[in-house]
Design a binder for this molecule. Structure first.
Ligand code: DAH
Length: 340
């Protein structure tokens, strides 16, 4: 009898239960009123009395096993079918919330694409910078008061002085050190200054540096490049004016204003009734800087410019508090949509 039980168990576990029909066959064959299990139970009466209890228990546990096999297989097949039937292909899809680009990123990308369009490459440099690249090569002599123009976050003082770069002009130096002119590049990046955070100042912000070095580059080329950029960025009616200024790394140096795009240069509180908005600094690369970077100033000349991305973003989107850019407030950020 025990062999019969084992044989039936083996037969049941090998049974193909891959669809509902098979499950039904299984039920009839093993568990049905004329099924194999019933046959075995009917053999019980021929078992000697002292073995009856043992065989009864073995048979009962086989019965439970077979019922479980059947139930599980049946459940699985039913579930597959019911899932198939439940799919409603006409139901609207689940809404996926699309993120938006950060306004600084949108404006940065726009500036990059304008300059890329006139042949500028993109270059990058480290945010932790040494004294040579951030200051010395750019013609800031040691102890020169011009170093105080930019409140620096120092990481390591002394011979191997390291600091968070105060401007992206440091990338100019790195590019000139490693490239033979002609050079035409822009360097976007984050910069740091030790300033109290307010609506108008922040301890980190973003700049885009521009550098053009070749034979016979003139101030007129600088002006034309900047005018082209401004008209692409602010619209064809925008004009620029250059005011003499001072930067250690350019000579002559200038600050560039754009005609106020908010009031059409008529005068408003953003341009403080002047009709002009300051947007960037620029100049002809000082020959000392070229020498410091291994470029012969007798052979090459060039211009450089540097602009603040936050400043341009403020003008474009009329945002008047710099702190909004780094607070991660979703109500602020989700208002910006871009194609780039
Ligand atoms: N590095 C300057 C700053 O952070 C901006 C600047 C001015 C960059 C004039 C230039 C330049 O390349 O020619 O304020």
């Amino acid at each position: 009898m025990i062999e019969n039980i084992e044989e039936l168990r083996k037969e049941a576990t090998q049974f193909n239960l891959s669809n509902l029909d098979e499950c039904e066959k299984f039920r009839i064959y093993f568990l049905g009123s004329k099924g194999k299990l019933k046959d075995l139970f009917s053999l019980l009466k021929e078992v000697p009395a002292d073995k009856k209890k043992e065989m009864g228990l073995a048979l009962n546990s086989l019965k439970i096993e077979l019922e479980n096999i059947y139930q599980n297989a049946n459940n699985i097949q039913n579930k597959d079918i019911s899932q198939d039937n439940e799919i409603d292909w006409s139901r609207p899809g689940k809404k996926i919330n699309l993120g938006s680009r950060h306004p600084i990123e949108i404006v940065k990308n726009e500036i990059i694409s304008i300059f890329e369009g006139i042949g500028y490459s993109i270059s990058d440099g480290p945010e932790i910078e040494d004294d040579f690249h951030n200051f010395t090569a750019l013609n800031f002599p040691t102890n020169h008061p011009a170093r105080d123009m930019q409140d620096t976050f120092f990481i390591e003082k002394g011979v191997n002085e390291l600091a968070l770069r105060t401007h992206t002009s440091s990338v100019q130096v790195r590019v000139m050190e490693n490239t033979t002119p002609p050079i035409r590049t822009i360097s976007p990046g984050r910069v740091y200054r030790n300033e109290a955070i307010s609506a108008r100042a922040h301890c980190f912000f973003h700049q885009i540096e521009g550098l053009y070095i070749d034979k016979e580059v003139s101030f007129a080329d600088l002006k034309q490049n900047l005018l082209y950029f401004v008209q692409r960025f602010f619209g064809p009616k925008a004009t620029i004016r250059l005011r003499p200024s001072y930067f250690p790394f350019t000579e002559p140096s200038a600050e560039v204003d754009v005609s106020c795009t908010i009031c059409d240069a008529k005068g408003c509180n953003v341009c403080k009734n002047t009709g002009w908005l300051e947007i960037l600094g620029c100049g002809m690369v000082d020959p000392n800087v070229l020498i410091n970077c291994g470029i012969n100033p007798e052979e090459y000349s060039g211009f450089a410019f540097g602009m603040g991305v936050e400043r341009l973003t403020q003008l474009k989107y009329k945002v008047n508090d710099l702190r909004l850019y780094s607070e991660n407030d979703i109500r602020f950020l989700s208002q910006f949509k871009s194609v780039i």
